[in-house]
Structure formats: C-alpha cells, structure tokens
Ligand binder design. Structure first.
Ligand SMILES: Cc1cc2nc3c(=O)[nH]c(=O)nc-3n(C[C@H](O)[C@H](O)[C@H](O)COP(=O)(O)OP(=O)(O)OC[C@H]3O[C@@H](n4cnc5c(N)ncnc54)[C@H](O)[C@@H]3O)c2cc1C
Length: 470
C-alpha cells in the first residue's frame, strides 16, 4: 500500500520482540501483552499468511496419534479444542468425523471402537460421545461411499476452525494493550546479542524503511523458516533441528457428493486424509512430502493433486472428481522437530520444543495449531520471571476481546457493504490486496471459509479501494 511504514511508529525499545506472527507468535504476544509487558510482534509477510493459514482447519486431539501412544499430547489438544469451542464459537465448532472401516482396513471395527473410547476418555469425556455405525447406517450417512467390503464406521468428535481468523483475533486481543504493537511486512534482517540486550534490524518489505530496535527479551516463533533464518543470520549458536514436511489441500466443488459431516480416509499405506464439507465445497487434505527451496508461499504440486483426487475417488467411485472440480488449492510446511523416529515424518512427534541459544533469546519449534495457547506458556513464564513480573497462566483463559469484522462461520452470508470494507482496511492492518481479499474477507484463496459474494463482482464494486492497495 502506498503509505507510510508502520515501522515509523514503533518504539526504540521493547521488553520483548517476537519474530513471526503465525499462531505460535500470536499466542505468545497475547500472553505477554496480558501481563502488561511492552511487546512488539513482527512478520515479514501478512499475519497468519504462511503455515497458519494452511492447516487442515481442525482443532483436534489427533486421532492418529493414538497409534504413536502420544497420550499426553492428545489429552492436552483435546482439552484445548474443547476450551476454544466454548470461548470462540464464532471461529470453531464441534462436528462428527466419520471413519469408514472396510474388511481390508488395518483395524477391525471393534478395535476402532476401543480407540474411540480412549479418545473420549482423554478428553475427560468432554467430547460428544463416539458411536459405532453398522454398514447400512454408514451408507445412509455417507451417500456414494464405496460399499465393497464396508463393515461400518466409527464416529468421533473434533472441531473445525478458521485458522486465519483465530490468529488474527489473538493478535487483535493483544493489541488492546496500548503498549503493544504488531507490524506485518516487517522482516527481522539481523540480530545481535550484546550485554544482555538484543539488537534487531527491522525492514519494511513494502516501503523499504529500516529501523533498529532493542529488546530485553526476544522470541523467534518462525516455525518452518527457523533453520534457514539461523543460517542467514549466521551469528547465533544453532544446529538445524527441523524435519520440514509439506502438506497440501484442495477445495473441491461439492456437487458430486452429498457429504454432511467430515470424514477420514486412508490411503493404501494407511495415511490419513481428511474430507471436510463446507457450504458448496469440500476441503480435502493433506499430503506429506519433502520440500526443497524456499518455504514461503509454497504451492501444491501436480503429483499431490493426483494423489488427493485418486484417494477421494477410491472412496467415491461414482463421483470421479477431476481437475475441473478444483476451486482452489493451498500448501504449507509442518515445522516438525527431528526426533528418534528415523526421519519418518508421519511418526515424528507433534510435541513442541523450546531452545535458548542465549538466556534472553527463546526459539519455539513444532507443536500444533490446536495447542498454541499452552505451547508458549513456558517461554512467557520464563520471560515474565526474568522481567520481575508474576506469571499467571490463567490470564489467557479469558475470551478473546476483539472480533474481526467478518467472522467466518456465523456471518459468512451477510452482505459486506462499503462501510464495512473501509472499516476493515482501516482497522485490521490491511496493507495489500491479498491481505484484504484472502485473509480479512476470505474471498480469493479459499484457504479460508467464505465463498460469497462472487469474487469478480467484488473486484468490480470495490475497484477504487483495491487500487489503493496495489
Ligand atoms: C498441511 C498442514 C496441516 C496442518 N493441520 C493442522 C490441523 O488441522 N490442526 C492443528 O492443530 N495443526 C495443524 N497443522 C500444524 C499447524 O498448522 C502449525 O503447527 C502452525 O500453524 C505453525 O505455526 P507457526 O506460527 O509456528 O508458523 P507460521 O504460521 O509459519 O509462522 C511463522 C512466521 O514467521 C515469519 N517469519 C519467518 N522469518 C521471519 C523474519 N526473518 N522476520 C519476520 N518474520 C519472519 C513467517 O512469515 C511466518 O508468518 C498443520 C500443518 C500443516 C503444514
């Protein structure tokens, strides 16, 4: 956008600077802001525009982690899921997930029943209780599902969420504290740790403006970008720790199947693929492949498209989805941390890790979207103690205080109106067309949940406003 850089309004010194405004950085920002600290959050792209807008859009315990016996992670994630369903019902909702079981499936229906009971148990029975359906009821619930060898289905409850909007609203909540600032399109270009103070060079990617800020404490919440960032900075003691794993999704037109609830497919090796219906579309994903090169703004490959369509068509043989059924696609990199599972990305634990190359530099890697609130607490506690503040882990239990102007699920069919669009641009840190269309309104890239009003019509009606964002 042709305007002054927000960097000019930044202070020279902060208690804490957080680099990376995906969900991980956003969660820590809010936590520290609620503790009265002076905090700056920066991201070299728009807030929530990388991994945190490319998830499978589930707040979930992770049914497949039962196989890895990751009970502590599942327990924590299920409790966080149920926490957010209560606290932010406009951004997530519980839904029934159908897991069809066939004669050739790795586990018979009775064994799936035991697993689903355990899942409910790990939620302290706060999940709606699971069910086991016979073959006929399964076919009725999922019309068009292949019937050959079908035994029935397990049904369990997880949540569907709007990943972009949760991150945005978590940041907006922190920004209510006037001492705190959040700047998008601001890159940390260098970092120096000197006499217990961190010196960060920041650069506005849109205007070129630069500024040096100092911070008593710094957090790198740079997700999958961390190893490359450390390599580029070159002056921080660090050994590469990530096992990056790309995952991609398709949004497909729903007209070929009548799916009311999400379902879980398995590929021929037992890998899980989720299919989530939403209005006139279905979300299908994900893949698991190794990605080389830059991780920013990555795209799905042709092979991944083939893989997802093939597996969907195996379950719905009469539908035969093709490329022309694709509405849009999106991809992200899982910031997995290497462990002792010999590089098997599917089995690598989703538990997050915290590192401290210096006593006042904290690096957080891995984890899941679902557990973001509790993930950063170790860092927030450590920082509060270093700055002589009492840490109170219950502060983040409050509901989010500032809503985005367009809420995904409840308001998605409401007309936007010029006043509202202008308000969004003014209030919600919109700096480029893509920020407005993709993340604040969810129009362009259906990595978010809104499909109306028609995109082309919107471009025409608001051409003058969009021109200012070029
Ligand atoms: C395909 C896929 C599906 C997933 N599905 C789910 C799911 O359904 N449920 C779930 O709970 N979890 C899911 N996850 C995991 C979850 O999405 C991630 O764990 C989470 O989004 C990571 O967030 P993050 O903030 O750590 O990283 P990011 O969102 O990538 O944020 C890091 C930020 O750092 C910024 N940055 C990098 N370098 C710099 C710099 N030098 N200066 C300033 N900024 C910088 C980047 O621009 C980026 O915005 C999924 C992940 C993937 C990839």
């Amino acid at each position: 956008m042709k305007s002054d850089s927000p960097l000019s309004k930044a202070n020279d010194h902060y208690d804490v600077v957080i680099v990376g405004a995906g969900i991980t950085g956003a969660g820590i920002f809010r936590d520290l802001a609620l503790h009265g600290l002076k905090v700056l959050l920066v991201d070299s792209k728009d807030f929530s525009s990388q991994t945190s807008q490319s998830s499978s859009k589930m707040l979930h315990g992770g049914i497949r982690y039962l196989e890895n016996l990751d009970f502590a992670l599942i327990w924590e994630a299920l409790h966080e899921k149920n926490f957010w369903i209560k606290r932010a019902p406009h951004l997530c909702y519980e839904d029934a997930f159908y897991l069809p079981i066939f004669k050739e499936s790795a586990r018979p229906l009775w064994m799936v029943g035991i697993g689903l009971w355990l899942y409910d148990f790990l939620s302290s029975f706060k999940n709606s209780p699971h069910k086991i359906l016979g073959r006929e009821k399964t076919l009725k619930a999922i019309p068009g599902l292949k019937s050959n060898g079908l035994s029935g289905a397990g049904v369990y409850y997880d949540a569907v969420m709007d990943d972009v909007k949760i991150t945005l609203e978590v940041i907006y909540d922190g920004l209510i504290e006037k001492k705190c600032h959040a700047l998008n399109y601001v890159t940390m270009t260098s970092f120096e740790n000197k006499d217990s103070i961190n010196i960060l060079e920041l650069k506005d990617e849109l205007t070129g403006e630069e500024k040096t800020v100092t911070a008593s404490q710094t957090v790198f919440a740079t997700g999958p970008f961390t190893d490359k960032l450390m390599e580029n900075l070159g002056n921080i003691p660090w050994t590469p720790r990530l096992l990056p794993s790309k995952g991609s999704h398709l949004w497909l037109k729903k007209s070929k199947i009548k799916l009311e609830h999400p379902m879980v497919l398995n590929d021929k090796n037992g890998r899980v693929i989720f299919v989530i219906p939403h209005e006139g579309a279905i979300l299908v994903g994900t893949t698991e492949v190794i990605e080389e090169g830059s991780f920013f703004d990555i795209k799905i490959s042709e092979e991944e498209i083939d893989y997802l369509l093939l597996n969907l068509n195996n379950y719905f043989p009469n539908a035969q989805f093709e490329r022309e059924d694709i509405i849009s696609t999106f991809a992200g990199i899982r910031p997995l941390v290497k462990d002792d599972t010999s590089g098997d990305r599917g089995k690598t634990s989703r538990v997050h890790k915290v590192y401290q190359p210096y006593h006042n530099l904290h690096v957080i890697l891995g984890g899941k979207y679902t557990t973001f609130r509790v993930m950063g607490q170790e860092i927030s506690r450590n920082i509060c103690q270093s700055l002589n503040k009492n840490y109170n882990s219950s502060l983040t239990q409050k509901a989010l205080r500032k809503r985005s102007n367009v809420s995904s699920f409840k308001e998605r069919r409401k007309e936007l109106g010029r006043e509202r669009v202008e308000k969004i641009i003014r209030e919600e840190h919109v700096r480029t067309k893509d920020d407005l269309l993709t993340r604040r309104l969810g129009l362009q890239n259906t990595g978010v949940w809104r499909f109306t009003p028609p995109y082309d019509q919107f471009l025409e009606d608001y051409e003058d406003l969009l021109r200012q964002l070029d």
